[in-house]
Ligand binder design. Structure first.
Ligand code: ADP
Ligand code: MG
Ligand code: ZN
Length: 637
């Protein structure tokens, strides 16, 4: 039974009707033509004598009395001799036989001794011979058209393979592509939730007998790169069932109505292969809140979504097909998708914490040769906010760096450089700063670092650099002591002051501002605004969330549809600007007060361009600033 369905599916996939059909048609037509022409020549040549002689010889033979009879067929003369041999000759076209013979000097009495019969050109085959040159191409064309139309009509537009689902299928016996929970590090809660689903797919009887209803739909939610796709594959791998993966955007193409028919196809195939998992990746591409679109172009998506809902409702509980979906925008999903009986099981996958990061790094370090100095724990330490996918590419970048420098082992330093590469983009050594630019950048970054070191709730500085990376001219890397799930008002205020540190220094030192800090200003203003409108961190506005969690469909509620009055709006603005100017003052005080430290850091930066944590801290200690405490782990390395 199982094998049957597999073959079915393979057939479906392997069918390329349009091209094979046409090739078939052409070869059949060619064969027919060949048969017709060869038949014609066989029949036409019947009773055709083997030897051909010139007319003069025939006349001579008649004169000698050797010839018994002459048959005229068209221009051909077929002569039967006394000795029963048959010879062939030709007369001139359009001339009568008798005329021809007499022209060659044959006397009438000699001619009378021969029986002359005239045959009209023979019926069907003659005509076919005459018409064949005209008919052949016509017949050929007609046949081609017939074949094509038959294909299109017969199989519902299959000639262009419109409706077929584009799902990628992984069969349970496919060892190479098999992923299991072992390949997914961390995500403990998610794995626990999903273990239940694995159990059901492996052993459905146990659940059905006790009357348990198994969820039809499971929604995986999490930031990009947290391993949603990986986990879905792992569920299929653990349960040993077929896995049908399709991405939300693949449902929707230029042709209207394709999405819905793809959904139908996909569910049909999965049911045939049951037990199976259907995985719709990036479901937000089709599953956004309906009816919010401006203008056309939305119908297609809605039809696809409707079809998914219809198919999910049509499931029998014993169908053993489970639909999984993944999204990083659960907030924009249509509520209909989240209703009980659809994607009612929701699994959140968080960004990995320090321990998980180390586990993920371990998974991706198999088959990579490491030097002795590598301590993955330190790398995990330095990568808060990295997703699984980021860590994967970090490992890869590290290997590339080592290979580029012709070393056969990856060292800790390679991995540390890889962190920055993944975080900030590659270094742009070619982009040389002018002397002035270098000075400004050095002071700007020194400003960030100094404010960060002095303020109690800001993060410790790990590195300062004035080598441009990506779009930034320089950067200061400060990382939190531990992974933060929550941030306090004090931390936010210090963070804003740190962001303004660069701007403040530029203004103070050069009495001018460059375009450099514009990003700093954007980030810090947005943070101040969120404090007021989202987190209730302003006493004046109080405990009110005035803006949603973000991600409302852009035109959904209309732009003008604010949820607060003009007056509250003005209050918000004044609170934001108060927070900003207080932070500005705080930063200004620090850099003025610690001016010698600022100069020392900036000068050292201009010299060596990259300032690592240890050297940086020795500079500020020399100026009487106590650096933030280090994590235990970093002392070891
Ligand atoms: P998502 O679908 O959530 O965007 P993916 O599942 O595509 O993320 O993850 C991309 C890659 O990142 C995976 O192929 C894997 O190599 C790596 N990765 C992500 N999370 C993990 C994890 N928890 N353990 C191991 N590798 C992971
Ligand atoms: Mg994915
Ligand atoms: Zn800056």
């Amino acid at each position: 039974m199982k094998k049957d369905t597999k073959d079915n599916i393979r057939d479906k996939k392997g069918k390329k009707p349009s091209r094979f059909g046409l090739l078939n048609a052409i070869s059949i037509i060619l064969l027919l033509l060949f048969l017709i022409s060869s038949l014609y020549s066989v029949v036409a040549d019947r009773a055709t004598p083997s030897t051909t002689i010139p007319i003069s010889e025939l006349v001579h033979d008649i004169g000698m009395g050797k010839v018994l009879s002459v048959t005229v067929r068209g221009d051909d003369l077929i002569a039967e001799y006394q000795d029963k041999t048959v010879k062939k000759s030709k007369k001139e076209t359009d001339a009568a036989v008798t005329d021809t013979f007499s022209t060659y000097g044959l006397t009438p009495d000699k001619l009378n001794a021969v029986k002359i019969s005239i045959e009209g050109p023979s019926g069907f085959w003659f005509w076919l011979g005459q018409l064949a040159p005209f008919l052949a191409p016509l017949i050929f064309l007609a046949l081609v058209i017939w074949f094509l139309t038959r294909q299109v009509r017969g199989t519902g537009l299959q000639a262009f393979s419109f409706g077929q689902s584009k799902a990628r299928i992984t069969m349970p016996d496919d060892k190479k592509q098999r992923v299991t929970f072992k390949d997914v590090a961390g995500a403990k809660e998610a794995k626990q939730e999903l273990a239940e689903i694995v159990d059901f797919l492996k052993n459905p009887k146990k659940f059905l007998e006790i009357g348990a209803v198994i969820p039809k739909g499971i929604l995986l939610m999490g930031a990009p790169g947290t391993g949603k796709t990986l986990l879905a594959r792992a569920v299929a791998g653990e349960a040993g069932v077929a896995f049908f993966a399709i991405s939300g955007s693949e449902f929707v193409e230029m042709f209207v109505g394709v999405g819905a028919s793809r959904v139908r196809d996909l569910f049909k195939m999965a049911k045939e292969a049951a037990p199976a998992i259907i995985f719709v990746d990036e479901i937000d591409a089709v599953g956004r809140v309906r009816g919010t679109g401006v203008g056309g172009g939305n119908d297609e998506r809605e039809q696809t979504l409707n079809q998914i809902l219809v198919e999910m409702d049509g499931f029998e509980p014993n169908e053993k097909v489970i639909v999984m979906a993944a999204t990083n925008r659960p907030d924009v999903l249509d509520p209909a998708l989240l209703r009980p009986g659809r994607f009612d099981r929701r699994v959140t996958i968080d960004l990995p914490d320090r321990n998980d990061r180390e586990e993920i790094l371990k998974i991706h370090s198999t088959k990579k040769p490491f030097a002795e100095d590598v301590v993955l724990r330190v790398i995990a330490e330095r990568t808060p906010g990295f997703s699984g996918a980021d860590l994967y590419s970090l490992m890869n970048e590290g290997a590339i760096l080592a290979a580029r420098e012709n070393r056969n082992k990856i060292s800790q330093y390679d991995l540390i450089r890889a962190i920055e590469k993944v975080m900030l983009g590659p270094e742009r050594k070619s982009h040389l700063l002018s002397k002035k630019e270098k000075e400004i950048t050095a002071y700007h970054e020194a400003g960030h670092a100094l404010v960060s070191s002095v303020l109690p709730y800001a993060d410790p500085v790990h590195k300062i650099s004035i080598i441009s990376r990506g779009r930034a001219a320089g950067y200061t890397l400060h990382l939190p002591l531990e992974d933060r799930k929550m941030q306090s008002k004090k931390e936010f205020l210090d963070d804003i002051a740190v962001s303004l540190g660069g701007y403040v220094v530029e203004k103070m030192m050069f009495e001018d501002v460059t375009t450099g800090p514009s990003n700093d200003l954007q980030v810090s203003t947005a943070l101040a605004r969120d404090m007021v409108t989202k987190y209730g961190m302003s006493d004046k506005i109080g405990a009110m969330a005035l803006e949603g969690a973000g991600g409302r469909a852009m035109f959904g509620k209309g732009l003008e549809d604010k949820e607060y009055s003009e007056k509250v709006g003005a209050d918000i603005d004044s609170e934001v600007s108060r927070i900003m100017s207080e932070a500005y003052k705080k930063a200004e005080e620090i850099v003025t007060h610690h001016r010698p430290a600022l100069d020392a850091i900036a000068r050292r930066l201009i010299d060596i361009e990259n300032l690592e944590r240890d050297e940086y801290e020795s500079i500020i200690i020399a100026h009487g600033i106590q650096p933030k405490k280090k994590l235990d782990i970093e002392h070891q390395s």
